[in-house]
Design a protein around this ligand. Sequence first.
Ligand code: GTP
Length: 236
Amino acid sequence: MNTPKYKRVMLKLSGEALAGKTGYGFDFEVVKRIASEIKELVEMGVQVGAVVGGGNIWRGRNGIGMDRTTADYMGMLATCINAMALQNILENMGVVTRVQTAIEMREIAEPFIRRKAIRHLEKGRVVIFAGGTGNPYFSTDTAAALRAAEICAEVILLAKKVDGVYDSDPNLNPNAKKFEKLTFQEVLEKNLKVMDSTATSLCKDNNIPIIVFGLDTPGNIKKAIFGEPVGTIVSN
Ligand code: GTP
């Protein structure tokens, strides 16, 4: 366990992950633990891009008759709040970060500029990509896949509440079977809920593997970076 397997990674954190057990808002102890794991990676020389979801603040339009685009834009704003929280906690730990937003809000953060993002990464700064893709009808998983392709990340680390990909929902089915390895084709054909199909196709077409793992177990991010078996790996 000496040299990291990956030099540049995209870490996708679900918004719910930041909420801890409460399911809403922030559990700052959880956010601090995630931040300290990110710090470890940076100290090992790994370049880290991060995309955060927004589900701990805004869960979308379900059941309230709101139109899709408005609900999606609200979700994008939620990801910006999360990005600022993560930035603040990382910087309090001495990790240099930059937030770049897909929708311009220059008073708050710099706008997404691909070449600038890459320079930040080269300088060892964690770049948090906020605001999804900037478009409705796309998930933050798709934003992670898109930004990963743009910054030439070698892998997407998909940190979830569940510790991998199962053949059925492990919360509902105690006999659900966890996959160690899957191909993107299998994920699409079996309609497995890893990422949505847009994000999955983007990773498939651009040959970016995804490691799906549970965030609740401390040390998983580091294990994934060193190529140790953790969760489920999805590749071509
Ligand atoms: P280099 O000097 O190129 O290595 O990068 P840098 O990010 O340190 O330089 P820059 O002068 O662009 O940024 C200095 C600080 O201002 C950083 O914290 C940036 O995140 C922030 N910053 C840069 N552009 C913007 C912007 O448009 N809006 C906001 N709010 N902050 C910005």
